[in-house]
Every structure is written in structure tokens, then in C-alpha cells.
Design a protein around this ligand. Structure first.
Ligand code: CA
Length: 434
């Protein structure tokens, strides 16, 4: 898993701005999920949702400031109890120490790109080198040193390509003389007073150079976009190399056929879309997670699945692949058979989303919740007088026009509101007033 890697910066997902040959190998030799979504688009909560299989309000990790309760029931604990050798390497970001892992070496908080410090059960230690390369080295070290008679569960979690996008030595000058295509909605202004506009809200630390004197508005955005996206893509390129190294290790050590390997990210990211960087909002670029999986034993090469699959489903799915049953406290479902091309008749047709970190004093994104079906999305910003947004994703895939007031949509909106209420009831959440 990487951090903040949007699917539209992966060539297997049709990226127009980069190529990720190693990540693409997983898609080519396995499956690609087209509609994998996070339930709360931000780092710490998504990580907690993945481990516990629960919505944020159930596992208690609603915001970046919440800790994962060490007593939480997690997929790692279940697999460890079942005899798996479990390891967690890289970005953890859940405040409390990892539980359910035989071996762990994690970054403190966000961690550093260069010469990072890691925390291990014996204490803290600084390692010279580039974070993405080090995490890969440590992951391969674990695979090499493991008890080869027992199964393993390894979470290799990269910091990259998280802000402030520091490229590795190998890719410092990558893309230097190129102009990266701009998204069509790069010059859009914030809709919710959020402070995540490319250029305007990016710091010297983000861009590493001062804007030319007098540069403002669209010109500033145009200039900053190139700096931002190039550093982002440089970080991605090191992650892609890492994936290649892990795949090669599995292939060369007779682990190919019997190992389920997954590439994903904790959420999506705005790559200048709607004029933004960062995530949090329920719009497509932030909501969608890349998810690619290879398991030659039962996933057909080149599988593309468009079912609605969520980060809360990962825990159950991993347990299902290990032959373990369901934990009644988890909200998610196993999508093992979906990956085999056999989707259950009653598989979900809608998903519930909620962003809890109301106006964090930095990004200023208001708390909101919503429901997405295959073709439609309804979002509620409940602060003060509730503001609603409705998008017909077939007609308006980039969500450029709020069609909430259109007469033709009223029946659909009514049904979506009913669905929202049903999901809030099902997952025992209550409509919010921030
Ligand atoms: Ca993240």
C-alpha cells in the first residue's frame, strides 16, 4: 500500500500523465478493481478501516488525531492467531504500537523521505537512504528471513507519494524537460472554501522554489501544477520500482502461484482536478482507491471488476483467502468470489461515505457524508443549513455541475436520500450536524 496514490496516476487505470510498468504487471497478471472506494478519504481513518474492517465511527478512528485502540480486533490478529507470520513495515500512522504483528518496523507519524527514523519493538533507529527504497529492503529482508514452512502476511506500506513529495535520488530529474498535461478543470475555484488549491495553498516546502514575483491567479496555478505533479510522479516512480522488486522476489522464490499480492493506496488524491491537491472530499478522484490483485491460483489474468468494493472489505477478504470465517463486528464483506468473476446476487449496489474531520484549521474541508451508486452520487454538507449536491456520473463524470435542483432528477434524489438513511441505519451512524 502506498499513501495518497490516486488511480489516475497508474497506467493500468489509463493515466494520461505517467507509466507504472510494475504496478501494471499486477493488473495484467491478475485483477483490477474499477470501483474500489474508501469510506473516509484520509490517511489514519482509512488505515484503521482496512485493519478492522469497520467504519470510522465503529472503530473510533474518525480523524487524523484519533488512535487505534490496541484492543481492536484486526485482520492481523486473526491471521497471527491462525499461524501466519505477520509483519508491518513502513507507514503505520495509527499512534498506538502495532498489535498482531510478529515483526514490525514503522515510521513515526508521517515519517521522513530521507534518512528516516523507524520505530521497532526495541526502540528508534535512523537509517540512511531513501524511504521508499528502505521500506522495500526491509520487506524483502522479512520475506527472506521468515520461517519458510509457515504462511506469511506482510503489510508493506510506503510513505510515498504523500506530501511534501520529495523524490528519490534516482528520479530527481525525471520529467524535467517535459510538460505534464493539465486536467481540464485545473482552474476551478474551491466550492467549499477548502484551502487545497494548487499554487495558492501550497508552501515552499511543497514546491521547493519560490514563485516568481507577482505571479497570481491562474498563472500561479499553471506554474505550480508542473512543479507539484512532477514531484508527485517522481515519488510514484520509486514506488513502482518497489513493486517490481517485490514481484521479482516472489517470482524468483517459487512464491508466485501461492501468494496473493495486492497493490492499493489508503485513498485517492486530487492531481489538480477541481484545481486541488489533497483528498478528503467525496469527489471521484479522492474517493476512488487503486486496487490490483494477483493470485494465479484463482484470479484470471486481466480480470476487470466494477462492483462497488470498499476499504472496510479488505480485512474480511484477506481472512477469507486464509480460510477464516467472518468476524461479526466487522462491517465489510469478503470480495474473494468477486475477484474470481462470480459476484453474489445481493452484492451492495451503493456505498456510504463520511468525512469527519470538520474544518481542521488547515485544509478547511467541511464534514460531509453521502451515498454513491454505480451512476449517481448524493452528498450532504450538513453545517448550518444543509447543502446538498447531486451528480449524474454517467453524464457528468468529472462532477462539474451540481444537478441537485434539476426537476428531472428529483425522483432519483428522493431514492438516494432513502438509501442514505438506510445505510446510516444499517451501519448505526447518525446524520451529522457540525
Ligand atoms: Ca493517505
Amino acid at each position: 500500500m502506498s499513501d495518497d496514490h490516486a488511480s489516475h496516476a497508474i497506467s493500468a487505470y489509463g493515466s494520461k500523465i505517467n507509466k507504472t510498468p510494475n504496478i501494471d504487471r499486477i493488473a495484467k497478471e491478475g485483477a483490477r478493481l474499477e470501483n474500489c472506494f474508501c469510506t473516509n478519504s484520509i490517511c489514519t481513518p482509512s488505515r484503521a478501516a482496512i485493519l478492522t474492517g469497520q467504519y470510522s465511527h465503529k472503530n473510533g478512528v474518525n480523524t487524523l488525531n484519533d488512535k487505534l485502540d490496541p484492543k481492536s480486533r484486526t485482520v492481523a490478529k486473526y491471521l497471527q492467531a491462525d499461524g501466519y507470520q505477520t509483519a508491518m513495515i513502513g507507514k503505520w500512522h495509527l499512534v498506538t504500537e502495532p498489535q498482531g504483528f510478529d515483526h514490525w518496523r514503522i515510521l513515526p507519524g508521517q515519517g521522513a523521505y530521507y534518512d528516516p527514523e523507524f520505530i521497532e519493538p526495541t526502540g528508534r533507529k535512523k537509517y540512511p537512504g531513501y524511504c521508499t527504497d528502505l521500506i522495500t529492503d526491509f520487506a524483502l529482508e522479512f520475506l527472506n528471513g521468515r520461517d519458510k514452512e509457515k504462511p506469511f502476511f506482510l503489510m508493506c506500506h510506503h510513505k510515498a507519494p504523500h506530501r511534501a513529495w520529495d523524490p528519490g535520488p534516482k528520479y530527481k530529474d525525471f520529467l524535467k524537460d517535459q510538460t505534464i498535461p493539465e486536467p481540464s478543470n485545473l482552474y476551478e475555484e474551491p466550492r467549499h472554501n477548502e484551502k487545497m488549491s494548487v499554487g495558492q495553498h501550497q508552501t515552499f516546502r511543497d514546491l521547493k522554489v519560490k514563485p516568481p514575483e507577482g505571479l497570481t491567479g491562474d498563472a500561479l496555478r499553471k506554474w505550480a501544477y508542473q512543479l507539484y505533479i512532477k514531484d508527485y510522479l517522481r515519488c510514484v516512480q520509486s514506488v513502482d520500482d518497489s513493486v517490481g522488486r517485490v514481484l521479482d522476489y516472489l517470482d524468483n522464490n517459487n512464491l508466485r502461484d501461492n501468494t496473493l499480492i495486492i497493490y492499493t493506496s489508503d485513498q485517492g488524491f486530487f492531481l489538480g482536478d477541481h484545481g486541488l491537491y489533497d483528498k478528503r472530499l467525496m469527489y471521484e478522484e479522492s474517493l476512488r482507491m487503486p486496487f490490483l490483485a494477483r493470485y494465479p491460483k484463482e484470479i484470471k489474468a486481466g480480470t476487470v471488476n466494477s462492483d462497488i468494493i470498499l476499504n472496510i472489505d479488505f480485512a474480511h477478504t484477506f481472512m477469507d483467502f486464509a480460510g477464516l470465517g467472518r468476524d461479526q463486528y466487522m462491517d465489510g464483506e469478503s470480495f474473494r468470489t468477486n475477484l474470481q468473476g462470480r459476484t453474489a446476487e445481493n452484492w451492495r449496489k451503493s456505498m456510504y461515505y463520511r468525512y469527519w474531520m470538520h474544518d481542521d484549521g488547515d485544509h478547511h474541508v467541511p464534514g460531509h457524508y453521502g451515498v454513491r451508486t454505480k451512476d449517481h452520487k448524493l452528498i450532504c454538507f450538513p453545517t448550518g443549513t444543509a447543502q446538498w449536491e447531486f451528480y449524474d456520473l454517467k453524464r457528468d463524470p468529472k462532477e462539474m455541475r451540481n444537478a441537485y435542483s434539476d426537476t428531472a432528477n428529483q425522483l432519483t434524489i428522493k431514492r438516494m436520500k432513502q438509501e442514505l438513511t438506510r445505510l446510516q441505519h444499517k451501519y448505526e451512524d447518525t446524520p451529522a450536524h457540525f
